[in-house]
Design a binder for this molecule. Structure first.
Ligand code: 5GP
Length: 204
């Protein structure tokens, strides 16, 4: 029997909301979910490793990837390019495994055009004040960059309306549990399962 395709899960939310932290926590618990590694032109932060956190590219290299159609989506965010290499995503889905893309909202909308069956989850901060605290607390950004990120974040919050699910990141373990529940529910959707039971149930 043909293997089911995996779920393409998109996780967005304003920078600082804790997508990275939630993803790492999820990663420790749920080993069958794969994670897409994005390409970016921004500089690595301390501790970030090329090929693990991102594929760090020059502007020329990134534009070359765009030209050669190697990206499922890409966007410019606070002066840098970010994009999802398509090959790994496609291969993972074809193998029947689920994959999470942790990307910003413009890119997520482009993914929706190509994968309308994707599962789109928006991670919400408990409040704007809390979001600013988290961006400041990271200690890696200048004041100017913090303000730019806050302005982008306010616009990003509006985009929540375009997603299928909203998960508040009040506490990491709760956010992780909610995402796991969403993934489980998506796997139980009738349309994904009905062909499996076609000997028992009439399928029109
Ligand atoms: P950061 O610089 O904090 O790692 O990421 C900045 C923003 O870019 C975050 O909202 C992050 O989710 C988003 N991002 C990371 N990778 C990608 C990608 O491949 N495509 C898009 N569209 N956004 C991405």
């Amino acid at each position: 029997m043909k293997k089911d395709k995996g779920l393409l899960i998109v996780l967005s939310g304003p920078a600082g909301v804790g997508k990275g932290t939630v993803c790492s926590a999820l990663r420790q618990e749920d080993t069958h979910i794969q994670y897409s590694v994005s390409a970016t032109t921004r500089n690595p932060r301390e501790g970030e490793v090329d090929g693990v956190n991102y594929f760090f590219k020059t502007k020329e290299e990134f534009e070359n990837m765009i030209e050669h159609d190697q990206l499922l989506e890409w966007a410019q965010y606070v002066g840098n390019y970010y994009g999802t290499p398509i090959d790994y995503v496609q291969k993972t889905l074809d193998e029947g495994k689920d994959i999470i893309l942790e990307i910003e909202v413009q890119g997520a909308l482009k993914v929706r055009e190509r994968f309308p069956e994707g599962v789109f989850i928006f991670l919400m901060p408990p409040s704007l004040a809390e979001l600013r605290n988290r961006i400041v607390g990271r200690g890696t950004e200048t004041e100017d960059l913090i303000n730019k990120r806050m302005n982008v974040a306010k616009e990003e919050l509006e985009m929540m309306k375009k997603y299928d699910y909203v998960v508040e990141n009040d506490e990491i373990h709760l956010a992780v549990d909610r995402i796991k529940a969403i993934v489980t529910a998506e796997h139980c959707k009738k349309d994904r399962l009905i062909h499996k039971y076609k000997q028992l149930v009439e399928v029109d």
